[in-house]
Write a protein that binds this ligand. Structure first.
Ligand code: 7PJ
Length: 284
């Protein structure tokens, strides 16, 4: 398949990004109707594009564009609806900026059209287990983030259960890596994510964060999404907008424990924390 709009971007940009030693910031850009409070569609697209630019200015090196809410109990979204939400935004960001763009989707068709519109990373909370997704990712030849999830978003928080959560997530990664290898997805284009909050209790999430380094055995970069999640709300007894310091703290702990990429809402604050970390770790 030809990459139509961005022949000079794609794999080069996103795979060099995977080799960075400094922690990278992925800024969350939700393009679901509930994430915008005002009127018309064009207005929403413009707003999303300028929000992406603000996150780039604040230190994000990846923008994660998502049109399907994967929160617990979220209603499924049709392919057409998801495409209508994400494609204009991806195209708009790509026109303005030479930046890595990931598309947060599980649907093969959305992956294909998103990459054609300028996305160069697939971020899939189903880890390429939905129909056609594995084959599509192999064909598109862009890096893929495989996320661990127990059950499905509709039911995942109904009594999640593990023997040893770290071992079970690792076994899942092993199985998914095998499927990827079999179909021809290069291991050096895979990012692994233990999926905080995706079918996990607070204790499961804390164990995963404490033992993140165990996932480095596969040789892939580790991505984590902890930003504003309910595990932080449980610890702090605060609503989403009061979880900024908790989110930055969790992101920094993740990096110290081996994460290479953090998916965050509060890019500027996370970037400040990482500047301190980088100075201590690598010098100024
Ligand atoms: C994650 C994600 C995550 C990756 C969401 C939310 C829920 N993608 N998409 N990792 N979470 N890779 O942001 O609260 O943890 S949506």
């Amino acid at each position: 398949m030809e990459r139509l709009n961005n022949p000079d971007l794609g794999l080069d940009l996103s795979s060099s990004l995977l080799q960075q030693k400094n922690p990278q910031i992925m800024g969350v850009l939700n393009v679901t109707p509930d994430s915008f409070s005002d009127g018309g569609h064009f207005n929403q697209v413009d707003k999303a594009i300028s929000q992406a630019q603000s996150m780039i200015d604040a230190g994000a090196s990846i923008i994660d564009v998502g049109g399907e809410s994967t929160r617990p109990n979220a209603a499924p979204v049709s392919v057409d609806e998801e495409l209508a939400r994400v494609i204009p935004v991806i195209r708009g960001i790509r026109e303005n900026a030479n930046i890595a763009i990931s598309v947060d989707t599980s649907k093969a068709e959305v992956m294909q059209l998103a990459v054609e519109a300028g996305a160069n990373i697939i971020n899939d909370v189903y880890a390429l287990r939905q129909p056609g997704a594995l084959e599509m990712a192999a064909e598109l030849r862009v890096p893929v983030c495989l996320v661990h999830m127990q059950a499905k978003p509709e039911t995942m928080q109904n009594a999640p259960c593990y023997g040893n959560v770290v071992d079970e997530v690792n076994a899942f990664f092993m199985e998914r890596l095998k499927s990827c290898e079999k179909i021809g997805i290069a291991v050096d284009s895979i990012i692994l994510d233990p999926g905080f909050g995706f079918g996990k209790t607070l204790q499961h999430n804390l164990s995963l964060l404490a033992h993140l380094r165990a996932f480095k055995a596969h040789g892939c970069p580790i991505l984590v999404g902890l930003s504003r999640k309910s595990m932080l709300g449980e610890l702090l007894d605060k609503k989403a907008d009061g979880r900024v310091v908790g989110s930055v703290t969790a992101a920094l702990i993740a990096v110290i424990n081996g994460a290479s990429i953090v998916r965050v809402h509060d890019v500027a604050q996370t970037s400040d924390a990482f500047k301190i970390y980088n100075a201590v770790q690598y010098g100024i």
